[in-house]
Design a binder for this molecule. Structure first.
Ligand code: LMR
Length: 334
C-alpha cells in the first residue's frame, strides 16, 4: 500500500514537471515607471517589452506599469531592491536617496550643449564607471535612455535671474537641482513626479522644470501660464534591474534580454528628440501657455547666474568627478 502511494506520488510529480504549463511558466519582469506611455521612456519601455518577449520566444513576460501606477519615485527604488519589481528607469536625478549621489552631476546647469556631447559621457568610460557604482546597492545598470532638455515653467514670466526670487519650484530629489534654484533665490521643494500637476494647480508650488514631453503629457501647460525655453538642464534615465534577479537568469535569457535592451536603447535615443519637438508643437497649438524664448543676452545672464552651482556642489558630487564631466562636455577642466 505504502509502496503504491510513493509510486503514485512520483508519477504525479513527474507529470507535473512534464506538463506544458510548468514548462512554459514565463519569467516575469515588472517594469515600473512614472511617466505617460506616450513619452520617450514610455515608448522605449514598450519597445523593450516587445523585443524581450520576441527574442526569448515567450520565456520572459514583461509587464510595464506606467504613470506611477505601481509605485511613485522613491517607493519604486525601494521595491526594486526588495525584488517586488525587477526593472525601472529613474532619472539621473533620483539616485541620491539611494546613497549614489554621483549621477546628480548630470544635473549641473548648462553642462551639456547637445545630445551628441551627452553620448560621450554615457557611451564612454565615465558612463560605465557610474553604472558600476550601482552594484553595491544590489542594482545592475543596463543602459542610459534620453529624455531631453529641461524648460522652466511658472505662473509668472521667468526671463532674468531676478525673476526666480521667492518662487516656489517643485524639484526632483537632487541636491544639484536644489542648489541650482537656491542660487537664483528660489524656493525648491522635492516632490514626486505624480504629484506635480496637482501641486501646480492648487498653488502648493508656483513652477517647475521639465522636458516638453513631460510637461505636455502631464498637462502641466494647462496650469502654468508661462514656459521659458531655457534648455538649462537635461533629463535622462538609467535603466536598472535587481542585480540578483539579473545574475540568476539563465545565461541565454540574459543574453537575449541584453540584445532587446540594446535595441530599445537605440530606439529611445533616436526618437526622444522628436517626442519633445512634437510635444512642444502641441503645447503651442493648445495656446494654454505662453512660450518665452530668451535673447542671447538673457540666456547668458541665466548661465552666469547659475555658474556658482558648480562650486556649491563640489563637496556633494566631488570636484574630480565634475572635472571628468567637464573634460567630456567642455573639452577642458574648469
Ligand atoms: C521628474 O520627476 O520630473 C522626471 O524625472 C520624471 C521622469 O521620469 O521623466
Amino acid at each position: 500500500m505504502r509502496t503504491y502511494a510513493i509510486a503514485a506520488s512520483i508519477v504525479a510529480l513527474a507529470l507535473a514537471f512534464a506538463s506544458p504549463a510548468a514548462a512554459q511558466t514565463p519569467i516575469i519582469i515588472k517594469f515600473s515607471h512614472v511617466v505617460a506611455t506616450d513619452t520617450p521612456k514610455g515608448k522605449a519601455a514598450e519597445k523593450f517589452k516587445e523585443l524581450a518577449e520576441k527574442y526569448t520566444a515567450g520565456k520572459v513576460k514583461v509587464e510595464v506599469y506606467p504613470n506611477s501606477s505601481l509605485y511613485k519615485d522613491k517607493e519604486e527604488l525601494e521595491a526594486l531592491q526588495l525584488g517586488s519589481v525587477q526593472m525601472l528607469a529613474p532619472s539621473n536625478s533620483k539616485f541620491g536617496p539611494l546613497g549614489i549621489k554621483e549621477f546628480e552631476a548630470f544635473d549641473l546647469p548648462y553642462l551639456l550643449p547637445d545630445l551628441k556631447t551627452l553620448r560621450k559621457v554615457t557611451e564612454g568610460p565615465l558612463g560605465a564607471k557610474l553604472l558600476k557604482l550601482l552594484d553595491s546597492k544590489g542594482i545592475t545598470g543596463l543602459a542610459y535612455w534620453d529624455n531631453g532638455f529641461k524648460q522652466m515653467s511658472a505662473n509668472k514670466k521667468l526671463i532674468a535671474p531676478e525673476d526666480y526670487k521667492g518662487v516656489k519650484f517643485r524639484i526632483q530629489s537632487s541636491r544639484v537641482i536644489q542648489a541650482q534654484f537656491k542660487v537664483l533665490g528660489a524656493l525648491p521643494q522635492v516632490m514626486a513626479f505624480s504629484e506635480v500637476y496637482q501641486a501646480l494647480q492648487t498653488g502648493v508650488v508656483d513652477g517647475q522644470e521639465n522636458t516638453w514631453s513631460n510637461i505636455f503629457t502631464q498637462k502641466m501647460h494647462e496650469v502654468q501660464k508661462y514656459i521659458t525655453e531655457t534648455n538649462h538642464g537635461y533629463i535622462g534615465y538609467v535603466v536598472i534591474v535587481n542585480k540578483k534577479f539579473w545574475d540568476d537568469l539563465p545565461a541565454d535569457v540574459r543574453e537575449q534580454l541584453s540584445r532587446a535592451m540594446k535595441e530599445a536603447t537605440d530606439f529611445n535615443n533616436a526618437q526622444s528628440q522628436k517626442e519633445n519637438d512634437d510635444a512642444l508643437a502641441e503645447i503651442k497649438k493648445s495656446g494654454k501657455s505662453e512660450i518665452i524664448a530668451l535673447t542671447p543676452a538673457q540666456d547668458k545672464a541665466m548661465r552666469d547666474a547659475m555658474e556658482p552651482v558648480y562650486k556649491d556642489v563640489a563637496g556633494r558630487v566631488g570636484q574630480p568627478l565634475i572635472d571628468e564631466f567637464l573634460k567630456e562636455t567642455r573639452g577642458a577642466t574648469n
